[in-house]
Design a protein around this ligand. Structure first.
Ligand code: PMP
Length: 440
């Protein structure tokens, strides 16, 4: 009997025994094409440079508390990230994962306004159908009803405006740009409703991952969001935990929108799965406010700036930038999109195929014309996940796309080293998994 507390207590999982490029291998020797557990593996599972970096760092020194010492890999990684970061992001705060990054961002925004003598700024606005992590602060920011429901009494009150979700929410007859401006303007309306002097930050994902299934905002949306934040002195926090680190074809997803945040959260692809690591990047102005004020960010975890984790991430970012892998994600992403269009473009239950780079989503609908989702009681996403695993394909089907438990999508986020043949394999396996799962 296992003593591990699994995610689903009734499921029996294969045991992972190895990895080879884009494949995971279980203890029976079965190979699974890894097209996005949760968009972590950007370099595949056997990258020699990252493995070597981890081994060398463990041998040198595995841990020293950042309250006492910094480390070479942490310093070099921060330099490299800032060299490529958008806007005036100037400092990097390392954490161990995505929720820690968004949580730290919320606390940093709060402390920034305290240092600036604006203690009444305490509210965060985010969007409906969003996910920013599972710790209570991060879960409070997220607007996914199903994830929030049972913990709601413990959550901090936050406001949620509409997401920018063109396929499901743009009325026919409205053009994309106008739609984007209109939903962005909901931020302004909400800031005015709450009182600008009480709002500290707006948080959003440039390309929405888990909750919507690789949904990018329409052109102009984030530019308008940035304008509104600037007008009311509200900090813009972008959550690139899933869509960042090259996945969308740019090292940072917001580069596509031509918008730089005040605080940027990254994780997943930063460690590429070789080590658990996340980071929060902030502007020089925010850092200076704290540095010139109390001089102490009142936050911290034992493993921030962990030498082995930062050594792994340093090797990952060197691979990404040195081999121009975000550009490859862009090229292979176009090929993946073409393969998905050819496999599912005419499928009666595929309503939308979308995304950027190697971050793609397929939305499943009961009816293409009305875009009506399937009955949640069918548990379609769960069935597809199971059927895909049986086929030897790891992907990320999710329910709750539209709201609560309504709507199903499949998120695809393969490693950037994926080849043409594996894109074909992905489309074939996914096609069989979907066919086996749809109601007859
Ligand atoms: N933000 C986003 C956008 C995410 O997709 C996730 C994880 N799926 C998180 C935050 C939380 O990251 P973690 O699971 O590493 O805590």
């Amino acid at each position: 009997m296992s003593h591990v507390f699994p995610r689903h207590t009734k499921s029996v999982l294969p045991t992972v025994a190895g990895g080879d490029g884009c494949y995971l291998i279980d203890a029976e020797g079965k190979r699974y094409l890894d097209c996005g557990d949760a968009a972590v593996s950007c370099l595949g599972h056997s990258n020699p440079a990252v493995i070597k970096a981890v081994q060398e760092q463990v041998e040198k020194i595995a841990f020293a508390h950042t309250g006492f010492m910094t480390s070479e890999p942490a310093e070099a990684l921060a330099d490299l990230l800032i060299e490529h970061a958008p806007g005036d992001l100037d400092r990097v705060y390392f954490v161990s994962g995505g929720s820690e990054a968004t949580e730290a961002a919320i606390k940093l925004a709060r402390q920034y306004f305290l240092e600036m003598g604006q203690p009444e700024r305490r509210r965060v606005i985010a969007r409906r159908q969003s996910y920013h992590g599972n710790t209570l602060g991060a879960l409070s920011a997220g607007g996914n009803e199903w994830r929030r429901a049972q913990f709601a009494p413990l959550l901090i009150e936050m406001s949620h405006i509409a997401p920018c979700y063109e396929y499901a929410e743009k009325p026919e007859g409205e053009n994309s740009f106008d739609y984007g401006q209109r939903v962005a303007n909901e931020l302004e309306a909400e800031i005015l409703r709450l009182g600008p002097e009480t709002v500290m930050a707006f948080m959003a994902e440039p390309v929405v991952g888990a909750t919507l299934g690789a949904v990018p905002a329409v052109e102009g949306y984030f530019k308008r969001i940035r304008e509104i934040c600037d007008q009311y002195g509200v900090l813009l926090i972008l959550d690139e935990v899933m869509c960042g680190m090259g996945r969308t074809g740019h090292l940072f997803a917001c580069d596509h929108d031509g918008v730089a945040p005040d605080i940027l959260c990254i994780a997943k692809g930063l460690g590429a799965g070789y080590q658990p690591i996340g980071a929060m990047l902030c502007s020089g102005a925010i850092y200076d406010a704290i540095s010139n004020g109390s001089g102490f960010f009142q936050h911290g975890h034992t493993y921030i700036g962990h030498p082995v984790a930062t050594a792994a991430a340093l090797a990952v970012v060197r691979e990404l930038t040195g081999r121009d892998l975000p550009a490859r994600a862009g090229v292979m992403g176009d090929k993946l999109n073409a393969a998905l269009e050819s496999a599912f473009g005419q499928h009666p239950n595929v309503g939308d195929i979308r995304g950027r780079g190697l971050f793609r989503g397929i939305e499943l609908v009961a009816d293409r014309d009305s875009k009506a989702p399937f009955d949640p009681a069918l548990g379609l996403a769960g069935k597809i996940k199971k059927a895909a695993v049986a086929e030897g394909l790891i992907c990320y089907p999710m329910s709750g796309t539209r709201d609560g438990r309504n709507g199903d999508h499949i998120l695809l986020a393969p490693p950037f080293i994926i080849e043409d043949a594996q894109i074909g394999e992905l489309a074939e396996k996914l096609s069989r998994a979907i066919s086996a799962s749809l109601p007859r």
